[in-house]
Write a protein that binds this ligand. Structure first.
Ligand code: HEM
Length: 491
C-alpha cells in the first residue's frame, strides 16, 4: 500500500529532520570540544581547507576565513591567550585542528614525524607521484626523497647562480641607460626571472630574456609557458573537484583545462629533450641541472637493484620542482623589491654593500655569494614579514599531548615581554588521534617572543644572532625545503 503524506505532514517531517540535523551537529561539536577540554578557539560548520570551504567566502560560524594567515598574523593568539588555538568543525565529518605559532612546540612536533606525519597531498599528484605529494611514513616518499635530494647539489647551486647573473645581465642590457623603467606589477619581472632560472638550472633549457617574455608562445603551443604554469597553480583545487568533462561548461573553466593540457605538453617536451640530450651528449654544459641529476640518481638506483622513478614519476617531480620553485621565489623577490622601495635607507645600505664587494665594477661570481650578507638579510626579512608559504599541515597519528606557551599580551612589547615574562606560562594541550596540526608560519614570524618590533622591516636582525627555530619560511625537520640553497643562489 503506497504511503501518502499531506503537505502539512511533509513540512512537519522536514522540520523534524532539520532539528535532528542541528542537534546531531551540536552533539558532534560538544563531543569534539569536550575531548580537548574545551580549549578555546574557532567553531565553524565547515572544516578549514575542505573542498567546499575553499570555494566559498568566509561566513562567521559556517565557513572559515581563507586568508586569515595574512590578516591575523599573531593577533588571534593574543586574543586567545595561548600560542595555539583550536578549530572545531562538524562537516563533512567532525574534526579538530590546532593552529600553532609557538616555535618550541613546532620544533618538537616536526621532529616527531611518527606521531605528527605530513599527510599525502592528492591534488599535487596531478601529473604523477612526487616528493612533495607523498605522505610521511610511505615507502613512496623515501624513494622520491632518496632520488631527488642529491639533485640539489653544490654544482646545481652554482648553475643557479650563473644562470641568474646571465639572465639579469640580459635584462640590464635591454634596459640600457634608461633613467626609469616602469613595471606595473613587479611579478611581471620576478615570475619570468624565476621561470627562466628554473628552466635553465632545473631542466637545462636556456630561454633568452626578451621584451615580450610575458607574451611569447612557441610553435605547437596555445599558451605561454608562464600562462600555462600560473593557470595550473591558480586552479589546482578547482581541478581536484571538477571532473574533466565538466571543465568545458564555461569559458573560464575551459581556459583552465587548456592550461592543464598545455603544461603537460611542455613538461613532456622537457623530458623528451632531456632524455635525448643526456643520451647523446655526455659533456652537455647543463649536466648539473636538477633534472639531469634526477635522471642520473634514478638510473643509479635502478643499476644497484633499487626501484627507480618511472617516467610518470619523473614528470610528477618536474611539476613539483616548477610549482615549489617558481611562485615561492618570485613572490619572495617581489616582496623584497616592494619593501626596498618603501624603505629607501635600506635600499641604500644594500646598494653600498654590493658596490663595495664589486668595487672594480666586475660582475659578481659564485665565490662572492658569502660576501652579500645584506642581500640575504633583506630576503630573509621580507620572507619573515611575507612568507611565501604561510602554513604547513601535519596529521596526528595517535592520541597525544603537547606543551605550548602563553601568548604575549596585546599590550606587551618584545622588550617588556622579555623581562616581564622571561618564562611564560605553559599549558599541555590534549590532542586526539585524527586531529590536524596547522603550523602558522606568519604567527611564528610575528611572535614578539622571538622578534623585536615584529611589524617593522629591519634586515639588520638577520646580520646578527637570531632564533633559527622561529624562522620557518622553508619549514623545519625531515620535510624541510629541498630547494633552499638553490633559492639563495637566485637571491
Ligand atoms: C623562496 C623560495 C622557497 C620557499 C619559501 C620554499 C618553501 C618550502 C616549504 C615551506 C616546504 C615544506 C612544505 C610542506 O612541508 O608542506 C618546501 C618543500 C619543498 N621545496 Fe621549497 N621553497 C622555496 C624554493 C624551492 C625551490 C627553488 C625548489 C626546487 C626547485 C623547492 C623544492 C622543494 C621540495 C622538493 C620540497 C619538498 C621536500 C619534501 O617534502 O621532502 N623549493 N619548500
Amino acid at each position: 500500500m503506497a504511503l501518502q503524506l499531506t503537505t502539512n505532514q511533509l513540512l512537519t517531517l522536514f522540520a523534524c529532520a532539520s532539528v535532528a540535523c542541528v542537534l546531531e551537529t551540536y552533539r558532534r561539536f560538544r563531543n569534539c570540544t569536550s575531548s580537548i577540554n574545551n580549549f578555546p578557539g574557532k567553531r565553524t560548520l565547515l572544516r578549514p581547507y575542505s573542498d567546499l570551504a575553499s570555494l566559498l567566502p568566509g561566513i562567521p560560524g559556517v565557513v572559515p576565513d581563507r586568508y586569515i594567515e595574512w590578516e591575523d598574523k599573531y593577533k588571534i593568539f593574543q586574543e586567545i591567550g595561548w600560542e595555539v588555538y583550536s578549530h572545531v568543525s562538524a562537516w563533512p565529518k567532525r574534526h579538530i585542528s590546532y593552529v600553532i605559532s609557538d616555535a618550541d612546540a613546532i620544533k618538537e612536533l616536526v621532529l616527531n614525524r611518527a606521531i605528527f606525519p605530513k599527510p599525502g597531498i592528492k591534488v599535487l599528484e596531478l601529473y604523477g607521484q612526487n616528493v612533495v605529494a607523498a605522505g610521511d611514513g610511505s615507502e613512496e616518499w623515501k624513494r622520491h626523497r632518496k632520488v631527488s635530494a642529491p639533485a640539489f647539489s653544490e654544482k646545481n647551486n652554482k648553475l643557479v647562480w650563473n644562470e641568474t647573473t646571465e639572465i639579469l645581465s640580459e635584462i640590464f642590457a635591454e634596459w640600457g641607460n634608461k633613467e626609469t623603467v616602469s613595471i606595473q606589477n613587479i611579478t611581471d619581472l620576478t615570475l619570468p626571472i624565476a621561470l627562466l632560472v628554473i628552466s635553465a638550472a632545473g631542466f637545462g633549457r636556456r630561454i633568452p630574456w626578451r621584451e615580450d617574455i610575458n607574451a611569447y608562445i612557441p610553435s605547437g603551443h596555445k599558451l605561454t609557458f608562464k600562462k600555462a604554469l600560473t593557470t595550473v597553480c591558480g586552479n589546482l583545487f578547482f581541478k581536484a573537484i571538477v571532473p574533466e568533462w565538466a571543465m568545458g561548461l564555461t569559458k573560464k573553466w575551459a581556459e583552465a583545462r587548456l592550461g592543464f593540457h598545455e603544461l603537460e605538453a611542455y613538461m613532456q617536451e622537457m623530458v623528451n629533450d632531456k632524455i635525448d640530450t643526456s643520451l647523446g651528449d655526455e659533456d652537455s654544459p647543463h649536466k648539473s641541472d636538477l633534472f639531469s641529476n634526477l635522471l642520473a640518481a634514478s638510473e643509479e638506483e635502478s643499476a644497484s637493484g633499487e626501484s627507480s622513478l618511472t617516467r610518470q614519476e619523473l614528470v610528477g617531480n618536474i611539476f613539483i620542482f616548477l610549482l615549489a620553485g617558481h611562485e615561492t621565489t618570485a613572490h619572495a623577490l617581489a616582496f623584497s623589491f616592494g619593501l626596498l622601495a618603501c624603505y629607501p635607507e635600506e635600499q641604500q645600505k644594500l646598494y653600498d654593500q654590493i658596490t663595495s664587494v664589486l668595487s672594480d665594477g666586475r660582475h659578481p661570481t659564485y665565490e662572492d655569494v658569502h660576501s652579500f650578507t645584506r642581500s640575504l638579510a633583506v630576503l630573509y626579512e621580507s620572507m619573515r614579514l611575507f612568507p611565501p608559504v604561510t602554513g604547513i599541515l601535519k596529521q596526528v597519528a595517535q592520541d597525544t599531548t603537547l606543551a605550548v606557551h602563553a601568548s604575549v599580551p596585546q599590550t606587551g612589547s618584545a622588550k617588556s615581554f622579555k623581562s616581564d615574562y622571561a618564562t611564560p606560562q605553559r599549558k599541555t594541550i590534549v590532542i586526539p588521534k585524527g586531529s590536524t596540526m596547522s603550523l602558522r608560519i606568519s604567527g611564528v614570524h610575528y611572535n614578539p617572543r622571538y622578534w623585536e618590533d615584529p611589524y617593522e622591516f629591519k634586515p639588520d636582525r638577520f646580520l646578527g644572532d637570531y632564533n633559527k627555530d622561529a624562522f620557518l619560511p622553508f619549514a623545519l625537520g625531515g620535510r624541510a625545503c629541498l630547494g633552499r640553497s638553490a633559492f639563495h643562489g637566485r637571491g
